[in-house]
Design a protein around this ligand. Structure first.
Ligand code: FEO
Length: 426
């Protein structure tokens, strides 16, 4: 029979491995995190304490206004004078908020952070001019006597500073936000809490997804570990079959499209909206021109249905994205903006982009779309294609050439005049 746990009943640390304690805080009433994340179950700020034969370490702290709960739990399992080591795996305020006060209460403790965390630390602790700390990376460790903290350099998960810490003797990985989720449950462990699968995947999709490459790099360090438990900074402690979550992260971070069309093909997706069929005709001509280039797989999508979510996966895995919109009242049309504004969860940096569209008298939409793509750090190798009202045969030929030219850039074919990022000229 499973042992029941209720960490809301008292403010005491919970030992979940020999000498390893949860000393975090519950935030069941939070409904939005970082402005954009819905937290229907609230969240937890997980802090941990490791007791070795030669001192105590605290791994991460909590959001500042949850400090009382954190310090109460910490005091239930250790004296401040015993704290030898403080590790911050991630300096976002939900984990560093109680750090200044912890360092005042345990001034003898030495702080360990990643190299990239140093500038953030200075901004965080303006008043602590003489703060002493050591930066660590993969291969570095600190001894607590019979417990060893080994560090893993896992940047950009999801900030530049992030790292993980592993207690070798207990097989516990303090993973930071990785493997975390916003799910508050007083029963603490993954085998006791409610069904948090949605929260786990939702968290990955909004926090980790833009950094898939960095997730894969981190998994190379994490997968060889002897993992008995994963202790993230949010949500349940993953004590039951922790490796399932590692495998799931690999699945979530693996490109499905690359497997199905083959690594050698480059994917170009053309999205468009059309009022009178003119931008649609342009899209078809552009598609025809691009498709004539070997190794480019072109897809054409009409945004008339208004839905954007189904396209996000495609966009993430595409190599080139073209957006076509008529100009109406000096603007691109709403479905195009809806799609372009729903892409914060994917990494578009370096993808090729282009815009096109028919217009009546002013034609601002094309340049506005280009500006947005530039803001998303896409490369715009060819100036946008505009046609006044109904495209002539000659203009449709220009559209074909436009598509062909972008496709040639996509497959690395040298251009006669060289390629200019027209977004830079704006
Ligand atoms: Fe949970 Fe990135 O802070």
């Amino acid at each position: 029979m499973k042992t029941s746990v209720d960490v809301s009943a008292h403010r005491e640390g919970v030992e979940f491995a020999d000498g390893v304690y949860w000393v975090g805080a519950l935030d069941p009433n939070l409904r939005t995190f970082d402005i954009i994340l819905t937290t229907a179950n609230g969240t937890t700020y997980n802090s941990y304490l490791v007791r070795g034969s030669d001192g105590v370490a605290v791994i991460d702290t909590v959001k500042e206004n949850f400090s009382d709960e954190f310090f109460a739990r910490l005091e239930s399992v250790a004296d401040y004078s015993e704290i030898k080591v403080i590790v911050l795996n991630h300096l976002e305020p939900d984990h560093s908020g109680a750090l200044p006060e912890l360092m005042r209460r345990a001034p003898q403790a030495h702080l360990y952070i990643s190299q990239r965390a140093t500038s953030m630390l200075k901004a965080l602790l303006h008043g602590e001019a003489d703060l002493q700390y050591t930066t660590v990376k993969t291969g570095d460790s600190v001894s607590l006597g019979d417990r060893t903290l080994a560090f893993l350099h896992t940047p950009f998960l999801h900030w530049p500073d992030t790292q993980c810490t592993y207690v070798e003797e207990e097989g516990v990985l303090f993973s930071g936000d990785v493997f975390g989720c916003h799910y508050c449950d007083k029963r603490l462990y993954n085998d006791l809490v409610g069904d948090f699968r949605f929260s786990f995947d939702y968290y990955y999709a909004h926090i980790m997804r833009p950094f898939k490459k960095h997730v894969m790099d981190a998994l190379k360090l994490i997968e060889p570990l002897h993992l008995k438990q994963i202790a993230p900074t949010h949500g349940p402690i993953l004590r039951d079959r922790p490796r399932r979550y590692v495998t799931h992260y690999r699945e979530l971070s693996t490109s499905a499209l690359a497997r199905s069309i083959g690594e050698q093909d480059r994917s170009m997706i053309i999205f468009y909206m059309s009022s009178y069929g003119n931008t649609a005709r342009m899209a078809e001509a552009i598609s025809e021109g691009a498709s004539s280039i070997e190794g480019v797989r072109v897809s054409l999508y009409d945004l008339q249905g208004g839905e954007t979510d189904p396209f996000v996966d495609l966009i993430e895995e595409a190599d080139a994205l073209l957006f076509g919109s008529p100009t109406i009242n000096g603007d691109a049309v709403k479905p195009v903006w809806d799609l372009l504004s729903s892409l914060a969860v994917v990494n578009l940096k370096g993808k090729l982009g282009a815009a096109f569209g028919s217009y009546g008298w002013s034609g601002e939409a094309v340049r506005m779309i280009e500006d947005r793509m530039r803001g998303l750090k896409m490369n715009i190798p060819v100036q946008g294609q505009r046609v006044k009202l109904i495209p002539t045969d000659e203009e449709l030929q220009d559209c074909q050439d436009f598509g062909r030219q972008i496709a040639e850039v996509l497959v690395g074919k040298p251009q006669e005049k060289g390629v200019i990022d027209f977004a830079d000229l704006a």
